[in-house]
Design a protein around this ligand. Structure first.
Ligand SMILES: Cc1ncc(COP(=O)(O)O)c(C=O)c1O
Length: 383
């Protein structure tokens, strides 16, 4: 097989070996059901509660405010839908650039006539206009939930969560922020930054897939999202994903312990790729905020050219895993709602490259070499 370079870490990251190591005993010998009262159950229950403590400590929450879920999608659905069903929310303020799991949750509530929805204006980087947000908040339009993502998964642009939380607080609005792309990559402290709901997904910070968490501020009294047994203190029924929970906590602990080092390395990689692309691809543009941005994401826009029309597929053939700003179902790529919302020209081709702690300059050299090959009219397959 030819060389492959993985530059799609905003989609998912590889599992760290240290994380796998702590998960293994819970896939083998320690398999007791945490709800069982015997010793095998008590062992796994204690491991889950230790993990909860780790997660809570890392974001300045109390353990009673952390609930494990199946990932970012479930956490975001839970926050938005429970805010409406249990907190009396009748208006949602959101943006046109949210992740599908937020967008579709809001659309679902709208279709059921459960809420009124206001869209805050966004700028060319996909970031909300705070003046417009304040004017929306200032109109008394019922109990309000603001749901705005901390960092945009396609563009990388990051909003000022502190400013957002203070604004929501000023107007008495509940605040949910989709922090799936920032947990494990940026410090978050819910004591300093008063939010009501945030979400995390372990597979975005080198943990296992299918496990995440939701932070719910203790002032939000919501009812169970999934009915059944009394797991997760009655909030989310079903036998726990024990090895996932153990892996999530370990991955998050490592991510925060090594954050500065990883950030410096990945920032360097992002800048290096940007410089290389500017030097080799005439007419290339960059989407997303130039400084207020995820260091893991570089979203580029190739100029109109027959060679770039199916760029993500060409890159794949050339050994590079990257992502288009698109839902690609039949081989034909359609423009994403995020790029459409920022007015990205439909004749240019967007590609999201996203990096990890494992990405090297050599990976970037290879990727840029393959990209120039594609632009020159031929895909370079290396064996
Ligand atoms: C910003 C954002 N929100 C939510 C999700 C969904 O997370 P999960 O895949 O864990 O359900 C993702 C993952 O793609 C994301 O990037």
């Amino acid at each position: 097989m030819g060389r492959r370079v993985y530059l799609d870490n905003a989609a998912t990251t590889p599992l760290r070996p240290e994380v796998l190591e702590v998960m293994m005993p819970f896939l083998t010998g320690q398999f007791g059901n945490p709800s069982s009262i015997h010793q095998d159950g008590r062992t796994t229950r204690a491991a889950i509660e230790n993990s909860r403590k780790t997660v809570a400590n890392l974001i300045g929450a109390s353990t009673g405010e952390i609930f494990f879920t199946s990932g970012g999608t479930e956490s975001n659905n839970m926050a938005i839908k429970c805010a409406v069903s249990d907190l009396g929310v009748t208006r949602i303020i959101t943006s046109p650039a949210e992740h599908h799991c937020v967008k579709h949750s809001v659309e679902h509530l709208l279709a059921k006539n459960a809420v009124h929805v206001d869209f805050v204006k966004i700028d060319k980087y996909g970031l909300p206009d705070f003046n417009h947000l304040e004017s929306l908040l200032a109109t008394d339009n019922g109990k309000t939930l603001v749901t705005l993502m901390h960092a945009n998964n396609e563009l990388g642009s990051m909003l000022d969560l502190q400013r957002l939380s203070e604004l929501c607080h000023k107007y008495g609005a509940w605040l949910h922020s989709d922090t799936v792309q920032t947990v494990g990559h940026f410090p978050i402290n819910v004591k300093q930054t008063p939010v009501d709901f945030i979400s995390g997904a372990s597979h975005k910070f080198y943990g296992p897939k299918g496990i995440g968490f939701i932070y719910i501020n203790s002032r939000c009294h919501i009812h169970p999202y999934i009915d059944g047994g009394s797991q997760e203190r009655n909030m989310r029924a079903g036998t726990e994903n024990i090895c996932g929970i153990i892996g999530l906590a370990k991955a998050m602990q490592l991510a925060y312990a090594e954050l500065e080092e990883d950030k410096a390395h990945i920032n360097g990689i992002k800048q290096y790729m940007k410089d290389q692309l500017i030097a080799t691809c005439p007419g290339i543009l960059f989407n997303g905020h130039p400084s207020e941005s995820l260091y893991t994401v570089l979203n580029v826009s190739f100029p109109p050219d027959p060679q770039t029309e199916l760029m993500v597929m060409s890159l794949d053939i050339a050994g590079i895993s990257a992502s288009g700003g698109s839902a690609c179902s039949s081989g034909a790529e359609s423009q994403s709602h995020v790029l459409e919302a920022i007015g990205h020209p439909s004749d240019r081709t967007p590609v999201r490259f996203s990096f990890s702690r494992n990405t090297t300059k050599d990976d970037i050299d290879f990727a840029v070499h393959q990209i120039s090959g594609i632009l020159a009219g031929g895909v370079h397959v290396t064996v």
